[in-house]
Ligand binder design. Structure first.
Ligand code: ARG
Length: 460
């Protein structure tokens, strides 16, 4: 015989090493609370509908509550021979209340149970992630507020392009994190659906009330199709995708922090509390936290690609492959929440070398577009203006000078349209201040962005 909860049709016992390969308890114990929550709702529904007697239901409910209590007190140990969290809890219940515990699994399967647990797990954590994102956005807005008039080089191809405000740069990330929050909010809609009652795949002959367990568990919807309910992991894929995009944003931000903390840039300095030293080089101050965040993006992308691959060939409905859905989710949650907190703290304490940033825009040629725009606004076709300024740029490079250092005569030699009012236009501060097209880096536009961001944060 076979002593497994499903052992009736087996004449042999499987070997321990085979059981342990198939077991998920080492990781799905992460959902112990959610499993108990789902079982409690199921037991209450079985009672309400009269599928089991009130006395039996009460025993089951009391037993589950005791297990919950034991769990919180750290008094529960799990057994790998019992495969997963579902069988472990059922066995604990049996130890507490005897064979009546076996009635809990009426009109239920582990397939809808595990799906319910995972939905609940993620539903509980998505708001935590968005709260951490909001905190980060608060810091971004505070920093941007302080740096509206801090001028820095704007880059394309990592080459000086046009000067921008550092606040404009920060608010670009603000926008990305707003979209991240929206994605997680949308993700919550697909997570907030109850699969319980789908049973193994086809529903059940018992008169269950799925709407009732949905209500008890706080789900706003109930899966309409039992096959879909037990096979759907879209909400998990969406989560891993959203987390991956978030990590892309954080990683790009970190990359800039790392670069800008280098001697060559010198725009930023990390607070000592978010930096590390070298075991050999006494002078070192390394941006380890930023590098680690950049590095952690890899594991999150891996979880996404891993689950996509696991899912792609699965016939309906449940397949054991789906057991592979959980570790990536748990790891992602446990990675992105501390990552967001560390990043927020790092940003908050980051020192900005405004002089170095600005200096990088006053000894370069990134005012060339200003010059061309100046000529274009005097009627010269922009394409020609571009060529004329290009010639001046070439001259400056050859003579190691900057556009604003050219004399009026040198300028007029290439175009008679150039007058003395050009010099005021060539300062980087002016270049930033005047870019007030909608969404531009001009100070009045940044103030609008800030006001909008503040309103958005206040409404959350
Ligand atoms: N441990 C399983 C999982 O993580 C639970 C569902 C098992 N169901 C089954 N029919 N084997 O997916």
């Amino acid at each position: 015989g076979n002593k497994k909860p499903w052992g009736g049709r087996f004449s042999k016992q499987s070997a321990a090493w085979i059981d342990s390969f198939g077991a998920s308890i080492s990781f799905d114990q992460e959902m112990a609370h959610e499993d108990l929550e789902g079982s409690l709702a199921h037991a209450q529904m079985l009672k309400k509908t009269g599928i089991i007697s009130p006395a039996d239901a009460e025993q089951i409910i009391a037993g589950l509550k005791e297990i919950e209590h034991d769990l919180k007190a750290g008094k529960v140990t799990f057994d790998v021979q019992l495969e997963d969290i579902h069988m472990n809890i059922e066995t604990l219940l049996t130890q507490k209340i005897g064979p009546v515990a076996g009635k809990l699994h009426t009109a239920r399967s582990r397939n809808d149970q595990v799906a319910t647990d995972l939905h609940l797990y993620l539903k509980h954590r998505l708001p935590e992630i968005n709260a951490a994102l909001l905190e980060l956005q608060e810091v971004l807005v505070q920093k941007a507020q302080q740096h509206v008039t801090t001028i820095m080089p704007g880059y394309t191809h990592l080459q000086h392009a046009q000067p921008i405000s550092y606040a404009h740069y920060l608010l670009a990330y603000y926008q990305m994190f707003s979209r991240d929050r929206e994605r997680f909010e949308f993700n919550l809609q697909h997570t907030d659906i109850n699969p319980l009652g789908a049973a193994a795949l086809a529903g059940t002959t018992f008169p269950i009330e799925r709407a009732y367990t949905s209500k008890l568990l706080g789900f706003s919807k109930t899966y309409s199709n039992s096959l879909d309910a037990v096979s759907d992991r879209d909400f998990v894929l969406e989560f891993l995708n959203n987390a991956s995009i978030l990590m892309v944003h954080l990683s790009r931000f970190c990359e800039e922090i790392i670069l800008w903390c280098s001697y060559e840039f010198g725009y930023l300095e990390l607070d000592d509390s978010f930096s590390t030293g070298s075991s050999i080089m006494p002078q070192k101050k390394n941006p380890d936290m930023a590098e680690l965040i950049r590095g952690k993006s890899g594991r999150i992308f891996g979880h996404l690609l891993g689950l996509l691959t696991t899912m792609k060939g699965l016939p309906l409905a449940y397949n054991k492959d789906l057991q592979e859905d959980k570790e990536g989710v748990f790891d992602t949650v446990k990675t992105i929440i501390p990552t967001l907190k560390i990043f927020t703290g790092m940003l908050k304490t980051l020192k900005v070398n405004t002089a170095k940033m600005e200096q990088a825009t006053t000894h370069d040629l990134s005012n060339a577009t200003e010059f061309a725009d100046y000529l274009a606004s005097k009627g010269l076709p922009f394409r020609e203006a571009h060529r004329v300024v290009g010639e001046l740029v070439l001259k400056c490079i050859a003579e190691k000078r900057n556009l604003q250092d050219l004399t009026p005569a040198e300028m007029q030699a290439v175009s008679p349209l150039i007058a003395n009012d050009i010099y005021a236009k060539l300062t980087s501060k002016e270049a930033v201040a005047r870019r007030n097209s909608f969404g531009g880096t001009g100070f009045s536009q940044i103030k609008k962005q800030l006001a909008q961001a503040r309103a958005e944060l206040a409404s959350n």
